[in-house]
Design a protein around this ligand. Structure first.
Ligand SMILES: Nc1ncnc2c1ncn2[C@@H]1O[C@H](COP(=O)(O)OP(=O)(O)O)[C@@H](O)[C@H]1O
Ligand SMILES: Nc1ccn([C@@H]2O[C@H](COP(=O)(O)OP(=O)(O)O)[C@@H](O)[C@H]2O)c(=O)n1
Ligand SMILES: [Mg+2]
Length: 228
Protein backbone atom coordinates (compact mmCIF):
# COMPACT_ATOMS: atom_id res chain seq x y z
CA UNK A 1 0.00 0.00 0.00
CA UNK A 2 2.85 2.38 0.81
CA UNK A 3 4.32 1.74 -2.65
CA UNK A 4 1.06 2.89 -4.18
CA UNK A 5 1.13 6.03 -2.06
CA UNK A 6 4.68 6.74 -3.19
CA UNK A 7 3.65 6.38 -6.80
CA UNK A 8 0.95 8.95 -6.19
CA UNK A 9 3.54 11.38 -4.90
CA UNK A 10 5.48 11.02 -8.08
CA UNK A 11 2.43 11.90 -10.13
CA UNK A 12 1.39 14.86 -8.03
CA UNK A 13 4.81 16.20 -7.19
CA UNK A 14 7.38 14.97 -9.66
CA UNK A 15 10.83 14.57 -8.11
CA UNK A 16 13.49 16.95 -9.33
CA UNK A 17 16.25 15.27 -11.36
CA UNK A 18 19.59 16.82 -10.70
CA UNK A 19 23.01 16.61 -12.21
CA UNK A 20 25.25 14.62 -9.83
CA UNK A 21 27.99 17.27 -9.98
CA UNK A 22 25.56 19.88 -8.71
CA UNK A 23 24.38 17.78 -5.79
CA UNK A 24 26.42 19.65 -3.19
CA UNK A 25 24.89 23.02 -3.96
CA UNK A 26 21.49 22.32 -5.44
CA UNK A 27 18.44 23.14 -3.35
CA UNK A 28 14.94 21.81 -3.95
CA UNK A 29 13.31 25.20 -3.99
CA UNK A 30 13.12 25.07 -0.20
CA UNK A 31 15.63 27.11 1.76
CA UNK A 32 17.43 23.99 2.97
CA UNK A 33 19.76 21.68 1.12
CA UNK A 34 18.09 18.35 0.70
CA UNK A 35 19.92 15.09 0.20
CA UNK A 36 19.85 13.61 -3.26
CA UNK A 37 19.25 9.86 -3.78
CA UNK A 38 20.05 8.10 -7.07
CA UNK A 39 20.19 11.42 -8.91
CA UNK A 40 16.73 12.32 -7.68
CA UNK A 41 16.00 15.02 -5.16
CA UNK A 42 12.45 14.37 -3.91
CA UNK A 43 10.43 17.07 -2.21
CA UNK A 44 10.15 16.60 1.55
CA UNK A 45 6.93 15.08 2.77
CA UNK A 46 6.09 16.46 6.19
CA UNK A 47 3.56 15.17 8.72
CA UNK A 48 3.15 17.04 12.00
CA UNK A 49 2.10 14.97 15.01
CA UNK A 50 0.26 16.92 17.70
CA UNK A 51 -1.50 16.15 20.97
CA UNK A 52 -1.22 16.99 24.64
CA UNK A 53 1.55 15.71 26.92
CA UNK A 54 1.22 11.95 27.32
CA UNK A 55 -1.34 11.56 24.53
CA UNK A 56 0.89 8.92 22.91
CA UNK A 57 2.56 10.89 20.09
CA UNK A 58 6.00 9.31 20.51
CA UNK A 59 4.59 5.79 20.88
CA UNK A 60 2.46 6.04 17.73
CA UNK A 61 5.33 7.66 15.81
CA UNK A 62 7.40 4.55 16.52
CA UNK A 63 4.71 2.41 14.90
CA UNK A 64 4.33 4.75 11.91
CA UNK A 65 8.10 4.61 11.34
CA UNK A 66 8.05 0.79 11.47
CA UNK A 67 5.12 0.51 9.07
CA UNK A 68 5.52 3.44 6.70
CA UNK A 69 9.24 4.22 6.81
CA UNK A 70 9.23 7.84 7.97
CA UNK A 71 12.10 9.62 9.71
CA UNK A 72 10.88 10.51 13.22
CA UNK A 73 11.91 13.93 14.56
CA UNK A 74 10.70 14.61 18.09
CA UNK A 75 11.07 18.31 18.91
CA UNK A 76 11.20 17.46 22.63
CA UNK A 77 13.95 14.86 22.11
CA UNK A 78 15.98 17.30 19.98
CA UNK A 79 15.66 19.97 22.68
CA UNK A 80 16.62 17.51 25.45
CA UNK A 81 19.65 16.40 23.43
CA UNK A 82 20.68 20.04 22.90
CA UNK A 83 20.13 20.70 26.62
CA UNK A 84 22.73 18.15 27.70
CA UNK A 85 25.24 19.13 25.01
CA UNK A 86 27.67 22.04 25.33
CA UNK A 87 25.15 24.31 23.65
CA UNK A 88 24.88 27.98 24.59
CA UNK A 89 21.13 27.33 24.85
CA UNK A 90 21.48 24.46 27.37
CA UNK A 91 20.41 26.25 30.55
CA UNK A 92 17.67 28.24 28.80
CA UNK A 93 16.21 24.99 27.41
CA UNK A 94 16.41 23.30 30.80
CA UNK A 95 14.60 26.17 32.57
CA UNK A 96 11.95 26.41 29.87
CA UNK A 97 11.20 22.67 29.78
CA UNK A 98 11.29 22.51 33.60
CA UNK A 99 8.55 25.15 33.72
CA UNK A 100 6.56 23.56 30.89
CA UNK A 101 6.88 26.62 28.64
CA UNK A 102 7.77 26.74 24.94
CA UNK A 103 11.38 27.21 23.85
CA UNK A 104 11.85 30.12 21.39
CA UNK A 105 10.92 28.90 17.93
CA UNK A 106 14.17 29.87 16.28
CA UNK A 107 16.11 27.40 18.43
CA UNK A 108 13.70 24.50 17.85
CA UNK A 109 13.35 25.12 14.11
CA UNK A 110 17.13 25.19 13.68
CA UNK A 111 17.41 21.81 15.41
CA UNK A 112 14.70 20.37 13.15
CA UNK A 113 16.32 21.88 10.07
CA UNK A 114 19.69 20.34 10.95
CA UNK A 115 18.09 16.88 11.19
CA UNK A 116 16.16 17.30 7.94
CA UNK A 117 19.25 18.39 6.06
CA UNK A 118 21.31 15.45 7.26
CA UNK A 119 18.63 12.83 6.61
CA UNK A 120 18.61 10.64 3.53
CA UNK A 121 14.89 10.05 4.05
CA UNK A 122 12.50 12.62 2.58
CA UNK A 123 9.44 11.56 4.65
CA UNK A 124 9.42 13.33 8.01
CA UNK A 125 7.21 12.76 11.03
CA UNK A 126 7.65 15.87 13.16
CA UNK A 127 6.42 15.09 16.67
CA UNK A 128 5.45 17.76 19.23
CA UNK A 129 5.79 20.59 16.76
CA UNK A 130 4.39 23.20 16.08
CA UNK A 131 3.39 23.78 19.70
CA UNK A 132 2.29 27.39 19.05
CA UNK A 133 1.38 29.66 16.16
CA UNK A 134 4.82 31.23 16.61
CA UNK A 135 6.40 27.76 16.11
CA UNK A 136 4.29 27.25 12.99
CA UNK A 137 5.16 30.60 11.42
CA UNK A 138 8.87 30.20 12.20
CA UNK A 139 8.86 26.78 10.50
CA UNK A 140 7.18 28.21 7.41
CA UNK A 141 9.64 31.10 7.29
CA UNK A 142 12.87 29.24 8.03
CA UNK A 143 12.17 25.91 6.31
CA UNK A 144 9.76 27.25 3.70
CA UNK A 145 7.51 24.19 3.67
CA UNK A 146 4.07 23.20 4.88
CA UNK A 147 2.92 19.82 6.22
CA UNK A 148 1.01 17.51 3.90
CA UNK A 149 -1.07 16.46 6.88
CA UNK A 150 -1.36 16.88 10.62
CA UNK A 151 -2.30 14.15 13.10
CA UNK A 152 -3.92 15.13 16.38
CA UNK A 153 -4.02 12.56 19.17
CA UNK A 154 -7.07 13.57 21.16
CA UNK A 155 -6.87 12.30 24.74
CA UNK A 156 -8.73 13.26 27.94
CA UNK A 157 -6.65 15.18 30.49
CA UNK A 158 -6.96 12.57 33.28
CA UNK A 159 -5.57 9.90 30.94
CA UNK A 160 -2.69 12.16 29.82
CA UNK A 161 -1.76 12.94 33.44
CA UNK A 162 -1.88 9.24 34.36
CA UNK A 163 0.38 8.29 31.44
CA UNK A 164 2.89 11.09 32.04
CA UNK A 165 3.18 10.26 35.75
CA UNK A 166 3.89 6.62 34.97
CA UNK A 167 6.27 7.30 32.06
CA UNK A 168 9.42 6.81 34.18
CA UNK A 169 11.92 8.27 31.75
CA UNK A 170 13.53 10.55 34.33
CA UNK A 171 12.28 13.69 32.60
CA UNK A 172 12.45 16.94 34.58
CA UNK A 173 8.97 17.91 33.37
CA UNK A 174 7.11 14.68 34.20
CA UNK A 175 5.92 15.86 37.62
CA UNK A 176 2.48 17.02 38.70
CA UNK A 177 3.33 20.76 38.90
CA UNK A 178 4.93 20.97 35.47
CA UNK A 179 2.16 18.85 33.96
CA UNK A 180 -0.41 21.43 35.08
CA UNK A 181 1.55 24.14 33.23
CA UNK A 182 2.02 21.94 30.17
CA UNK A 183 -1.70 21.26 29.97
CA UNK A 184 -2.43 24.99 30.20
CA UNK A 185 0.16 25.75 27.53
CA UNK A 186 -1.33 23.01 25.34
CA UNK A 187 -4.79 24.53 25.63
CA UNK A 188 -3.82 28.14 25.10
CA UNK A 189 -1.03 27.79 22.51
CA UNK A 190 -1.37 24.42 20.78
CA UNK A 191 -5.13 24.17 20.31
CA UNK A 192 -5.13 27.27 18.06
CA UNK A 193 -2.59 25.52 15.80
CA UNK A 194 -4.82 22.43 15.70
CA UNK A 195 -7.80 24.65 14.75
CA UNK A 196 -5.69 26.33 12.08
CA UNK A 197 -4.93 23.01 10.36
CA UNK A 198 -8.52 21.81 10.79
CA UNK A 199 -9.68 24.88 8.86
CA UNK A 200 -7.12 24.13 6.15
CA UNK A 201 -8.53 20.58 5.83
CA UNK A 202 -5.19 19.02 6.83
CA UNK A 203 -6.10 17.72 10.28
CA UNK A 204 -6.73 14.06 11.14
CA UNK A 205 -8.14 13.70 14.63
CA UNK A 206 -7.38 10.34 16.23
CA UNK A 207 -9.11 9.08 19.37
CA UNK A 208 -6.08 8.39 21.60
CA UNK A 209 -7.92 6.23 24.14
CA UNK A 210 -7.40 2.49 23.91
CA UNK A 211 -4.44 0.18 23.63
CA UNK A 212 -1.43 1.19 21.53
CA UNK A 213 -2.43 -1.31 18.85
CA UNK A 214 -6.07 -0.22 18.81
CA UNK A 215 -5.02 3.40 18.32
CA UNK A 216 -2.62 2.45 15.56
CA UNK A 217 -5.52 0.82 13.71
CA UNK A 218 -7.04 4.34 13.50
CA UNK A 219 -3.72 5.78 12.31
CA UNK A 220 -2.92 3.17 9.67
CA UNK A 221 -5.77 4.01 7.24
CA UNK A 222 -4.85 7.70 7.30
CA UNK A 223 -1.43 6.87 5.87
CA UNK A 224 -2.74 4.15 3.56
CA UNK A 225 -5.30 6.51 2.07
CA UNK A 226 -3.26 9.64 1.67
CA UNK A 227 -2.46 10.61 -1.86
CA UNK A 228 1.24 11.35 -1.66
N1 LIG B 1 -2.47 3.80 24.29
C1 LIG B 1 -1.76 3.85 25.42
N2 LIG B 1 -2.26 3.35 26.56
C2 LIG B 1 -1.55 3.41 27.71
N3 LIG B 1 -0.32 3.96 27.81
C3 LIG B 1 0.23 4.47 26.69
C4 LIG B 1 -0.45 4.46 25.44
N4 LIG B 1 0.32 5.05 24.51
C5 LIG B 1 1.44 5.41 25.16
N5 LIG B 1 1.40 5.07 26.45
C6 LIG B 1 2.40 5.32 27.49
O1 LIG B 1 2.12 6.64 27.98
C7 LIG B 1 3.32 7.37 28.16
C8 LIG B 1 3.29 8.61 27.24
O2 LIG B 1 3.37 8.17 25.87
P1 LIG B 1 4.24 8.99 24.83
O3 LIG B 1 4.22 8.23 23.56
O4 LIG B 1 5.59 9.31 25.42
O5 LIG B 1 3.34 10.31 24.71
P2 LIG B 1 3.69 11.78 24.22
O6 LIG B 1 4.87 11.69 23.29
O7 LIG B 1 2.46 12.28 23.55
O8 LIG B 1 3.98 12.55 25.48
C9 LIG B 1 4.47 6.40 27.86
O9 LIG B 1 4.90 5.83 29.08
C10 LIG B 1 3.82 5.35 26.96
O10 LIG B 1 4.44 4.09 27.09
N1 LIG C 1 7.97 22.49 19.79
C1 LIG C 1 8.36 22.28 21.05
C2 LIG C 1 8.36 20.97 21.60
C3 LIG C 1 8.72 20.81 22.92
N2 LIG C 1 9.11 21.86 23.65
C4 LIG C 1 9.49 21.74 25.07
O1 LIG C 1 9.79 20.39 25.39
C5 LIG C 1 8.87 19.89 26.35
C6 LIG C 1 8.64 18.41 26.14
O2 LIG C 1 8.11 18.22 24.86
P1 LIG C 1 7.78 16.75 24.34
O3 LIG C 1 7.18 16.86 23.00
O4 LIG C 1 8.97 15.88 24.49
O5 LIG C 1 6.67 16.31 25.41
P2 LIG C 1 5.52 15.24 25.29
O6 LIG C 1 4.32 15.94 24.71
O7 LIG C 1 6.03 14.17 24.40
O8 LIG C 1 5.27 14.80 26.70
C7 LIG C 1 7.63 20.78 26.20
O9 LIG C 1 6.79 20.80 27.33
C8 LIG C 1 8.30 22.15 25.97
O10 LIG C 1 8.82 22.67 27.17
C9 LIG C 1 9.12 23.14 23.09
O11 LIG C 1 9.46 24.11 23.76
N3 LIG C 1 8.76 23.32 21.80
MG1 LIG D 1 6.70 12.67 23.28
Amino acid sequence: MWRRATLFLRVLEPPIHINASLSQTFTTGFPFHFQEKDGICPKPLITFVLGGPGSGKGTQCGKIVETFGFKHLSAGDLLRREMVSDSEYGSMIMNTIGEGRIVPSEVTVKLILREMESSDNHKFLIDGFPRSQENRIAFEQIIGAEPHMVLFFDCPEEEMVKRVLSRNQGRIDDNINTIKNRLQVFESLNLPVIDYYAKKGKLYRINAVGTVDEIFEHVRPVFEACEF
